[in-house]
Every structure is written in C-alpha cells, then in structure tokens.
Design a protein around this ligand. Structure first.
Ligand SMILES: [Fe+2]
Ligand SMILES: [Fe+2]
Length: 308
C-alpha cells in the first residue's frame, strides 16, 4: 500500500515529503546526496574566503563577504533538509571531518590570485547552477524547495564573478594574464564537477528512476560547455582545450578528453588542498564547540524556567 503511494507520487511527478513512506534506499541516497551537497557549500567557503582580507577594494570585499556568507546559508538549509529525513547534523559533520563523507572535489584546488574569485563565480558557480536547476524538480520536497532559493543566489554569484572578470579584462595586461591563468587552471576541474561519464556512473539509473536526478552527467556537462564557450568569447579568454570545436551535425560544441585519473586522485584525497580543507573544518568545529554547548545550556535553562 505505502509502496504503491510512493510509486504513484513519483509517477505523477509530485513531491515526497518527510512524513511519507519511502524505500530505505531512497532515504539513504537522499541523505547522502543532501549531506554531500551541504558539505560542499561549507567547504566551498574556504578557497574564496582566503581572499576576503586581501580583496583589492572595499566594494570587492563587501561583495565577496556576502557571497561566502551565502554559501554558509546554503549549507544550513541543506543540513536542515537532511534532518527532515532523520539525519543528525553533528553526525554529518563528524562524517565529513573523519573523511567518511565526500564533498565536491573542485574545492580541493588552491586560489592563487584574485582572478580566481572571478573564475570560481563564473565557472564553478556556473557549473553548480547547471547541476542544481534541475534539482528544483527533485522528487524530495524539502530538497527541491531549498534548491529554488539556492539557485537564485548562485545566479547572483555567477554574475558577480563574470562582472569581476569583465572588469579585470578591461584593465592592464597583467590583469588579463591573471584571468587567463585562472581560466586555464579551473576549466578542466569544472568539467569534472558533473561527475564521471554516464557509462561509469553506477547509481545514475536508480536516481533517474526515483527522479532524484533529472539529467545524466554527460548531458549536463554538454549543456555547460555549450553555455560557457560564448561567454569565454565575450570575455576575451581562451578555454584551454585545443579540441573545442562547433559540431554542426550535433548542434553542440565538441570538447577534448577529460583526464579522469585526476578526478579519481583528487576524490581519493590526493588533491592539492584536501588535507588543508579538512584540517580547517576540523579546527572550526572544535573552536566552535563551546558556542554549541553554551547555546544548548541556554536553551535547556529557558525550558526549565518556562516549565510550570
Ligand atoms: Fe552555494
Ligand atoms: Fe555559490
């Protein structure tokens, strides 16, 4: 009976809500996906956060602060969405800092100049939007609703990145070189953000059937390339791929082979900044422990006073 209701909800493209019956596998997959997404938002604050104290103007500092703070907000909505499924936020954080749960590999690369802030906004937030817009129709209600607001903010992030790059491209040769260098470093990792190719993505079919996932990794990657090429042209930068060419027959841009061994290496912990990212997150967690304890004690005391 309950299983039939679940199947009908999915078939009719309606939302599954936290109190509804759902298969264990669906619940587990959703918790894992939402937790990984939440972790990515929180860890994703680090690469750009490093530039807040070094922003070239007060205006750029204010914009960057707001952006990094948005990412913290995204993490919080998402941990809350995971909690509606019975997950515990403290437990999810422990899994992250003990390396038992993943976050997006893209955040294991270093930010070497202020141009990286612009390129992350343009390419990394741009890839996040491609991935996340279809998730606004995810079958799990709280996740889908969180994603609507997150996508609006991501689109602001992308535009601020692009605007920063436009400004730098109109500056000195040294500034243009900084932008090109950052594009060279971030282009391939951002293509990897869509995950392994479809024929090597074992969980995709089940996630598509449950309508947790709406498009395959390769479809989304192609959409991203098609969107980014004209943007790179308008900006005046070269994407570091000699095989990039318009394919009239397919109506899409062809692109070169992705080095999947690099993704494998970074996912398995051997990227340039993996250890640093986790070390920082661990320290933030232990430094913040007294705040959580104080807040819990305060809440308990309030309850005591309020009780008759
Ligand atoms: Fe975000
Ligand atoms: Fe963002």
């Amino acid at each position: 009976m309950t299983e039939a209701v679940f199947a009908e909800t999915i078939a009719k493209d309606q939302r599954v809500e936290p109190r509804d019956w759902m298969p264990d596998g669906y619940r587990k997959t959703m918790i894992r996906q939402i937790a990984q997404h939440a972790h990515s938002e929180i860890i994703g604050m680090q690469p750009e956060g490093e530039w807040i104290t070094r922003a070239p103007s007060l205006r750029r500092k204010a914009i960057l602060l707001a952006k990094v703070q948005d990412e913290a907000g995204h993490g919080l909505y998402l941990y809350s969405a995971a909690e509606t499924l019975g997950a515990d936020r403290g437990d999810l954080t422990r899994r992250l800092i003990e390396g038992r749960q993943k976050y997006s590999s893209i955040f294991n690369y270093p930010t070497l100049s202020f141009a990286d802030v612009g390129v992350i906004g343009w390419l990394v937030d741009g890839a996040a939007i491609c991935n996340q817009v279809p998730l606004c129709r995810s079958s799990f209600g709280p996740y889908a609703r969180a994603m609507i607001r997150i996508c609006k903010e991501e689109s602001f992030h992308q535009r601020q990145g692009y605007e920063l790059l436009m400004t730098m491209m109109g500056g000195t040769q040294a500034q243009r070189d900084m932008v090109q260098d950052a594009v060279n470093r971030w282009w391939w990792p951002s293509l990897m953000m869509f995950g392994p190719p479809d024929d090597q993505s074992p969980n995709s079919a089940q996630s598509m059937a449950w309508k947790i996932k709406r498009h395959t990794n390769d479809e989304l990657r192609q959409r991203y390339v098609d969107m980014s090429v004209p943007q790179a042209e308008a900006l005046g930068v070269t994407l570091p791929d000699p095989d990039l060419s318009w394919n009239d027959e397919r109506g899409h841009w062809d692109f070169g082979a992705i080095d999947w061994s690099e993704l494998q290496r970074v996912i398995s912990g051997d990227g340039p900044c993996n250890a640093l990212r986790i070390e920082n997150r661990r320290r933030a967690d232990s430094d913040g422990a007294w705040v959580r304890e104080a807040a819990a004690a305060h809440a308990a005391r309030h309850q005591e006073v309020a009780a008759p």
